[in-house]
Design a protein around this ligand. Structure first.
Ligand code: GAR
Length: 216
């Protein structure tokens, strides 16, 4: 391929709220050349103290902070978020441990262009109130023997959008929410999130009737 026939770069905006290990998995995949024509061009955090911001700065990626409490309601917070996406020329938005609710106009402005990683096998342990360690607490309380992670497109329905990739992880006797969270991240999230981003950036994902087909 000559430079003028290379596929155009896709700008990836990553939304974070916490430790940012999934962001790190994306940064590492990008450095290994595994995101196709995708480039992480901005990281937006809902918290100024999120360690994810340090990870972004260490990788030389521009950052922004948009705190929900600086806006009177979800509607105005979502409007500010949308403005940031437009200013950054976003092609793909990745929610990587982003814990703040955005309203439906954000999903409608970017249909099948926002993806989220969830630490369970959707439709189990998902929806309102299921985030972070709470998801693993619920899985252990139910006594499931297999859990995992899901990457899906974001729609108005919380954790209800079309599923892109899933990976199962065994629950082990004596697991705590913390040990299970670590295994789900290591064995599932950090692999399927960069893989889904690559597939998106290589235009390999098609959505029809809420079902994702992968072209490879
Ligand atoms: C991850 O386990 C992610 O799947 C989860 O929060 C953690 C963030 O970790 N996200 C949700 O629960 C969203 N519903 P990280 O900041 O180290 O990537």
């Amino acid at each position: 391929m000559t430079p003028d026939t290379l596929p155009p770069r896709k700008n990836i905006i990553v939304l974070v709220s916490g430790g940012g290990t999934n962001l790190q998995a994306l940064i590492d995949a990008q450095e290994r050349g595994e995101l196709g024509c995708g480039r992480i061009t901005c990281v937006i955090s809902s918290r100024p103290d999120a360690f994810a911001l340090v990870r972004a700065k260490n990788a030389g990626i521009p950052t922004r902070v948009l705190r929900r409490k600086d806006f009177p309601d979800t509607e105005q917070y979502s409007t500010a978020m949308l403005e940031a996406f437009y200013e950054e020329y976003a092609d793909l938005i990745v929610q990587a441990g982003f814990m703040t609710i955005l309203d439906e106009k954000v999903c409608r402005a970017y249909p099948n262009k926002i993806i989220n990683v969830h630490p369970a096998l959707i439709p189990s342990f998902c929806g309102k109130g299921f985030y972070g360690l709470h998801v693993h607490e619920a899985a252990l309380k139910k006594g499931v023997k297999v859990t995992g992670a899901t990457v899906h497109f974001v729609t108005e329905v919380c954790d209800g959008g079309p599923i892109i990739l899933q990976k199962a992880v065994n629950v082990e006797q004596g697991d705590t929410p913390e040990t299970l969270q670590k295994r789900v991240m290591e064995q599932a999230e950090w692999h399927i999130l960069p893989e889904a981003v690559r597939l998106f950036c290589e235009d390999k994902l098609t959505v029809k009737d809420d079902i994702v087909t992968i072209a490879e």
